[in-house]
Design a protein around this ligand. Structure first.
Ligand code: ATR
Length: 275
């Protein structure tokens, strides 16, 4: 029987995950079906339970249910625990296993696809919400020289930095204005500002020579990406690679095989360019 998977969210019709996972399945010769699953805002748990009870094998979880998925799980991975959010569920013998592959997806896109070295570098993470929290541990795992977290609401950045503070390197939180005079090798936009086409109030000279600017949002040149380009960042990218890489990590968890992401990423880029 064909194994069933889906991405659950609200809204969810726009999701690229079905395309990505069907391409992975075809490439790896895996017999599975992957669709979208719309859950009512007050009916996430019931929708998950129904899907699992009807034989569903796993779910990707997207907005606004990533925290709720955490609470529903019977078994939470260490990285989902650190992120405080879940993007992958696996149903196994009545158990609900929960994981978070977003951070691993970002790191893999940066290092394997973009050839960016994180070790020993000065990293700036913009934002202190769920998206930022989820990538801190995976970034720190690569051994940066320094991780600066900057946020519009300064206290949230300070709290996050304190929570993840590490002995081997420094993590500090601040506001955007405090960044004046500093420069970074890698700047990651994890705010949701790009969703509303808002630009960030960033000081000039933030981008060191050869700097990489990464926006987690994908599908269009965001105000942050335009700012980075104008400020002289050498590499400016959106988060499409992160989307494909986090999907590959989920696929690995479910199916025990890691798909080759390069052709899938290439295909999605072509589709987006043709829109
Ligand atoms: P997500 O799960 O996408 O991270 P979130 O937890 O609501 O969503 O966090 C949104 C992040 O984007 C926050 O860091 C938020 O800053 P505040 O903590 O000050 O609210 C940031 N953000 C959203 N819109 C922004 C804007 N126009 N300018 C700057 N930061 C913005």
């Amino acid at each position: 029987m064909t194994d069933r998977y889906a991405v659950i969210g609200n809204p969810v019709a726009h999701s690229r995950s079905p395309t990505i996972h069907q391409l992975f399945a075809a490439q790896c010769g895996q017999d599975l079906d992957y669709s979208t699953l719309l859950a009512p805002l007050d009916g996430f748990a019931a929708t998950v339970q129904r899907f699992a009870a009807s034989g569903g094998r796993g779910l990707n979880v997207t907005l606004p249910f990533k925290q709720e998925a955490f609470r529903l799980a019977t078994d939470v991975s260490a990285r989902a625990h650190a992120a405080g959010a879940v993007n992958t569920l696996k149903f196994d013998d009545g158990q609900i296993l929960a994981d978070n592959t977003d951070g691993a997806g970002l790191v893999r896109d940066l290092t394997a696809n973009l050839g960016c070295t994180i070790a020993g570098k000065r990293i700036l993470l913009l934002g202190a919400g769920g998206a930022a929290r989820g990538v801190i541990n995976p970034l720190c795992g690569e051994g940066p020289a320094h991780l600066q977290i900057a946020n519009r609401t300064v206290d949230k950045a300070r709290h996050l930095a304190a929570e993840f503070s590490a002995a081997e390197f420094t993590i500090a939180g601040c506001g955007f204005a405090d960044l004046a005079g500093s420069s970074f090798d890698l700047i990651i936009n994890a705010t949701s500002a790009s969703m509303s086409d808002a630009s960030l109030d960033l000081p000039a000279k933030l981008f060191a020579p050869g700097a990489v600017a990464y926006d987690m949002v994908y599908g269009r040149a965001s105000p942050f990406m335009r700012q980075a380009q104008a400020a002289g960042a050498t590499v400016v990218v959106d988060g499409l690679g992160m989307l494909v890489e986090q999907a590959a990590e989920s696929f690995l968890l479910w199916r025990g095989v890691r798909p080759d992401t390069a052709p899938v990423l290439h295909r999605l880029r072509q589709e987006l360019a043709a829109r």
